[in-house]
Design a protein around this ligand. Structure first.
Ligand SMILES: [Zn+2]
Length: 136
């Protein structure tokens, strides 16, 4: 009896359209990094930038300021001149997304930066909200 009931549940679960199970909320990507000696390499910078749709220079400037050390390109990686743990790096990415990528109204990442009367603004392509962007 119990087994039959479980089977029914399985079937019910499988028949839910896949889309209904997808997360509505955008997931901030995680950093893939490793520390070598006194340096930290960020390995998935290309895919991070693709998710952000932001200028690499802007992102480097942000990281440089937040880590207080030099951040440079090293082939396909980013090289941070210091030991930065994965937890701290992920917090920085989260903060970058919150400040410069996610719409403050609808929290979607479909935004772009534009300049209006000399001020940088973030325009959301999902809901149309235009909000000022903090300078770095
Ligand atoms: Zn929006």
């Amino acid at each position: 009896m119990v087994l039959k009931y479980d089977e029914m549940l399985d079937r019910a679960y499988l028949s839910i359209p896949k889309k209904a199970l997808d997360h509505e909320r955008f997931e901030i990507p995680r950093v893939e990094s490793n520390i070598q000696g006194k340096k930290t390499f960020v390995k998935n910078v290309t895919s991070l930038l693709k998710e952000m749709r932001r200028d690499k220079k802007h992102f480097l400037k942000f990281l440089t300021k937040e880590t207080g050390t030099s951040v440079t390109e090293s082939g396909a990686n980013l090289l941070v001149n210091g030991k930065i743990g994965a937890i701290q790096l992920n917090k920085l990415i989260e903060s970058y997304f919150k400040q410069f990528v996610l719409c403050s109204e609808c929290k979607k990442p479909d935004t772009k930066i534009l300049v209006q009367q000399g001020t940088k603004m973030m325009k959301c392509e999902a809901c149309g909200a235009i909000t000022p962007v903090k300078g770095i």
